[in-house]
Design a protein around this ligand. Structure first.
Ligand SMILES: Cc1cc2nc3c(=O)[nH]c(=O)nc-3n(C[C@H](O)[C@H](O)[C@H](O)COP(=O)(O)O)c2cc1C
Length: 260
């Protein structure tokens, strides 16, 4: 796959992957490409943990599913992130950003827009949205053949130090490299961030993966080969919309249009 094609095709995979394990040579390729990413002073502050054992994936899935359910039940998720949610095509066209809940059971539709108000949240909970989302997350993670954690060494990722910022920038480069390589290999990839949002849950994953004290586990992904036809979860969103370059970029000084 050509680079530009992979960049354009890379998307968050919300659906299930094919069940077969990731070929060892594909995993190697992904990590070898990742190791070429830039880092401050070539410090290569990242380490990778590839989880393929079914029992361990199942344990991670339980934490991910439970985190999703708790996060939705508490209502904090909706409140914290309401500014990113779009519920109509018009809203998407207007902002060209955020995530668009374009798939959900029709009974939910009238309530989702009000999910971050106490009354709306109560209705959505009564309609079992947290349970559905928790179950979907659990199933998707458990059935993903590969979970990939990335850590940063704490000698670089140190609070208050400029090297922490540099490490995070390096991590971004490594993630995009992995994502583009996976895309080129016909694979999909999705962040599993919800356990970070619920107190105590990320620590469970850190323990499960045996991450040592001198490493900080910063991200976790699920990966696998994409099916020919994607089946979407019960409640789903998409976010291919992007702002135009002219909305994003300036020439010479802030506010000055970029020449065509
Ligand atoms: C730091 C970070 C955390 C994210 N966490 C999640 C997540 O927990 N679940 C998820 O499905 N996507 C997650 N995403 C993916 C974004 O929602 C996604 O990249 C964005 O909506 C653009 O969509 P695209 O990746 O399909 O282009 C995360 C992305 C970033 C950069």
């Amino acid at each position: 796959m050509e680079l530009f094609d992979a960049i354009k095709r890379r998307r968050t995979a919300n659906g299930a992957f094919q069940p077969q394990p990731v070929a060892p040579e594909d995993l190697r390729t992904i990590l070898e490409m990742a190791s070429n990413a830039p880092s401050h002073f070539n410090s290569q502050p990242w380490r990778f943990i590839a989880v393929q054992d079914q029992a361990r994936r199942q344990q991670v899935a339980e934490i991910a599913g439970e985190s999703m359910r708790l996060l939705m039940e508490e209502g904090t998720f909706w409140k914290r992130y309401s500014r990113y949610f779009r519920f109509s095509k018009e809203e998407v066209d207007k902002s060209s950003d955020g995530i668009f809940f374009d798939k959900m059971p029709s009974v939910l539709r009238p309530f989702m827009r009000h999910v971050f108000t106490p009354q709306g949240g109560a209705v959505v909970n009564k309609l079992q949205v947290p349970r559905v989302l928790g179950n979907d997350a659990h199933k998707l993670v458990a059935a993903s053949p590969l979970l990939l954690g990335i850590t940063l060494t704490r000698t670089e990722y140190q609070e208050g130090e400029l090297s922490a910022l540099y490490s995070i920038i390096s991590l971004g480069a490594v993630i995009q490299t992995i994502w583009l390589t996976a895309t080129s290999l016909g694979m999909g990839m999705q962040f599993i961030s919800t356990p970070m949002e619920v107190e105590g849950q990320w620590e469970k994953i850190v323990a499960l993966l045996g991450v040592p004290e001198n490493q900080a586990l910063l991200v976790l992904f699920r990966l696998g080969y994409l099916p020919k036809e994607a089946k979407r979860p019960t409640i789903d969103w998409a976010s291919p919309q992007r702002k135009s370059v002219d909305d994003l970029a300036f020439g010479e000084t802030w506010g000055n249009p970029l020449p065509h």
